[in-house]
Design a protein around this ligand. Structure first.
Ligand code: ATP
Length: 320
């Protein structure tokens, strides 16, 4: 199977021991591995594929713990660097009773932001069949320059580029800057995945319809996806568009659903890019990806709830 290389942040999430409380009300916190690109790498591997993570961690206990989690999960860490000065980034995250996610970041700077272009493992990037990234690594230098260079190296070696926006508004200096920088690499990607909320943010409109999504279409794209939580996803290809439903499950914690969805898609596309031009097969793959996303919402935390193939097939057999 082809190699999926995921670039960006990996950090510690501190999650309240009780659910439905604000950060201030939380009686205590449990640590969990976080960072969307790292989750995607683990999602790919758990479904039977091959993946690597590229990023920077603190040369501290948390950084080594995170690298250990990647390794335990079979994700290559040859592209992981450790910073001697800065700490592994922390994020306190809670899902309040009103359903809103609340974040508080300790990252000034976090080791993830300090990855330099010179530190990139070029051989690893050149061996990528898919190079996947988000937008958090675009916020500040030197990580931003490393991100741009890594995209170029992977692209020149023939990799497909995949972009999951994964907006974290709090980390940007302003909404305008976030929108501008997120869109600045829009024409570099072959596959882009956004959520319904990100669609609204990027277009500046309340609408989540086809017209709104198509305003983000570019001729350079092969596939644009808008995920809709329990309502599945909308897809936009070069010559087709449509909707795929998800599966009904008992939702416990949505953390990582989007990463699970993306990992599932990339794991299929990496060995068969024809999927992107064949609507019938694409729909089957998206249905599979929706099942992965759905399963990921049924347990607390992202990594523990990323599914294996067997779990996905059994949900798909059950239907709904
Ligand atoms: P997150 O940021 O929480 O990781 P996201 O906002 O990027 O996720 P979502 O739209 O929440 O992405 O979820 C991705 C996919 O997972 C959806 O397209 C859907 O197929 C599936 N999914 C998410 N939540 C549910 C749910 N409650 N029930 C069924 N399927 C779900």
């Amino acid at each position: 199977s082809g190699l999926v290389v995921c670039f960006g942040e990996m950090l510690i999430d501190f999650v309240p021991t009780e659910s439905g409380v604000s950060l201030a009300e939380a009686p205590g916190f449990l640590k969990a591995a976080g960072g969307a690109p790292a989750n995607v790498a683990i999602a790919v591997k758990r479904l039977g594929g091959r993946s690597a993570f590229v990023g920077k961690l603190g040369d501290d206990e948390f950084g080594r713990m995170l690298a250990g989690i990647l390794e335990e999960n079979g994700v290559s860490t040859v592209g992981v660097n450790f910073d001697k000065g800065a700490r592994t980034a922390l994020a306190y995250v809670t899902l309040r009773s009103d359903g809103e996610r609340e974040f508080m970041f300790y990252r000034n700077p976090g080791a993830d932001m300090l990855l330099t272009p010179e530190e990139l493992n070029l051989d690893l990037l050149k061996s990528a069949k898919i190079f996947h990234f988000g937008s958090i690594s675009l916020i500040v230098d030197p990580c931003r320059s490393a991100h741009i260079k890594a995209m170029e190296v992977a692209r020149e070696s023939g990799a497909l580029l995949s972009y999951d926006v994964n907006l974290r508004e709090l980390l940007w200096p302003s909404k305008e800057e976030a929108r501008k920088q997120i869109l600045s690499i829009w024409d570099k990607a072959d596959i882009i995945k956004i959520s319904d909320v990100e669609l609204q943010f990027l277009t500046g409109s309340d609408k989540i319809d086809d017209e709104s999504a198509m305003s983000l279409w570019r001729p350079t794209l092969k596939l644009l996806l808008v995920t809709l939580g329990e309502n599945g996803c909308n897809y936009y290809g070069k010559s087709f568009m449509g909707h795929v439903d998800s599966f009904r499950v008992d939702q416990v914690d949505t953390t990582g659903a989007g990463d699970s969805f993306v990992g599932a898609l990339l794991g299929k596309v990496v060995d068969d890019q024809g999927i992107l031009e064949d609507e019938k097969r694409l729909r089957e793959v998206l249905r599979f990806a929706c099942a992965c996303g759905a399963i990921t919402t049924t347990k607390k935390g992202a990594i523990p709830s990323l599914p294996t193939q067997d779990q996905v097939f059994s949900l798909m057999k059950k239907g709904c």
